[in-house]
Ligand binder design. Structure first.
Ligand SMILES: NC(=O)c1ccc[n+]([C@@H]2O[C@H](COP(=O)([O-])OP(=O)(O)OC[C@H]3O[C@@H](n4cnc5c(N)ncnc54)[C@H](O)[C@@H]3O)[C@@H](O)[C@H]2O)c1
Length: 325
């Protein structure tokens, strides 16, 4: 039985990953501080399915706490690490870049320090945002990534580079996974699909930033989890992989599709473009396909239908209100 550390395992992607690891017989140790970026009560709900499994251990801790990390590594025989803990989100990073640097930069350093003596596979949750604001699509892993459009993007690129240095110095097998806007059940409440669904469901106006022509590559969370498992299992050398849906949808179309999935009409309110936003994202997933057997399987419409089913069931239970973003 393998023991994996999942930092950020109480979050959106992390909680799904933990369930997949448990389902295939691994042991999972989650390290998460239940950061109040969005309501910690939502994260408590995220881990409900996994927490009673005897192969699941939850450690409430902060990446800033080097002693806690050292103690954890002293007591656990980790076979690999999936590092998802981070402050996510582009816009809030513009308001508070120091916090992003502290968690995403320094926090990653603290974790990598623990792997110096124990060079086990390290999988890093990076982001399509590292590609910056560019028009040429699709994005390939060997494209230059030196023009981040937000502090968040800069800290994610920094994480990739810090991981590279540790790989080179200490031989840590590393896979950096560039996730392209992930969606599905438990999606963070401030992310576009979840926020739009809430606004449409409640009959409120949906703020559309810009003219609705910005395009995004949306990736269903199960596809991201499959790619992450494959990257963990085949982790060798230092590799970067795009994990995307490999298709684009405009913001205006996305709002329409969410409304269709909800069976409602959206009321759109135009707003000026937001700083930090990029015009387009689209993943070239050739490398992940060849090396990891990765293929996005869940089409946008199907993913939205699954999201809406979860969204409605979750609201029936009474969604925790604080910090909904
Ligand atoms: N969701 C996406 O579309 C997307 C896209 C690209 C990259 N990513 C990256 O994937 C990862 C997971 O994203 P998510 O959407 O699941 O976000 P999330 O916010 O739901 O999960 C992140 C988790 O990290 C924890 N955390 C934050 N600061 C911490 C700290 N100092 N110490 C310990 N734990 C801490 C939070 O409590 C949270 O549970 C992040 O690294 C994010 O940057 C996500």
């Amino acid at each position: 039985m393998r023991t994996l550390l999942v930092t950020g395992g109480a979050g959106f992607i992390g909680s799904h990953l933990c369930e997949a690891l448990l389902a295939r017989g691994d042991r999972v140790v989650v390290f998460d501080n239940f950061d109040p970026f969005y309501a910690p009560a939502i994260k408590e709900r995220n881990i409900e399915r996994a927490r009673d499994n005897p192969r699941y251990r939850l450690v409430r801790g902060d990446l800033g706490d080097e002693k806690a990390l050292a103690a954890l590594f002293a007591e656990e025989p980790f076979d690999g690490v999936v590092h998802l803990a981070a402050l996510a989100g582009v816009r809030p990073s513009i308001k508070n870049p120091a916090a992003y640097e502290r968690v995403n930069g320094l926090g990653t350093v603290h974790l990598l320090e623990r792997l110096r003596e124990r060079p086990i596979p390290f999988v890093f949750g990076s982001s399509s945002s590292v590609y910056g604001a560019r028009d040429r699509v699709p994005f390939r892993e060997d494209d230059a990534c030196a023009t981040p459009a937000s502090p968040y993007a800069a800290t994610k690129r920094a994480g990739e580079l810090l991981a590279y240095a540790s790989h080179r110095l200490f031989g840590i097998p590393t896979a950096c996974l560039r996730f392209f806007t992930v969606f599905g059940p438990r999606q963070r409440p401030e992310m576009a699909i979840h926020k739009f669904a809430r606004q449409i469901e409640e009959g409120g106006a949906v703020p559309m930033f810009g003219d609705g022509s910005t395009r995004r590559d949306y990736t269903y969370v199960d596809d991201v989890v499959s790619g992450t498992l494959a990257a963990l299992d085949r982790c060798a050398g230092y590799e970067i992989y795009n994990l995307g849906g490999s298709r684009m949808v405009t913001l205006a179309d996305l709002i329409e599709k969410i409304a269709q999935a909800l069976g409602k009409r959206p009321r759109i309110e135009r707003r000026p473009e937001e700083p930090g936003d990029v015009p387009v994202t689209c993943a070239d997933v050739t490398k992940a396909g060849e090396r990891l057997g990765y293929a996005p399987r869940v089409p946008l419409e199907e993913g939205l239908a699954r999201f809406v089913a979860w969204f409605r069931a979750d609201r029936e239970r009474g969604t925790p209100l604080e910090g909904r973003g």
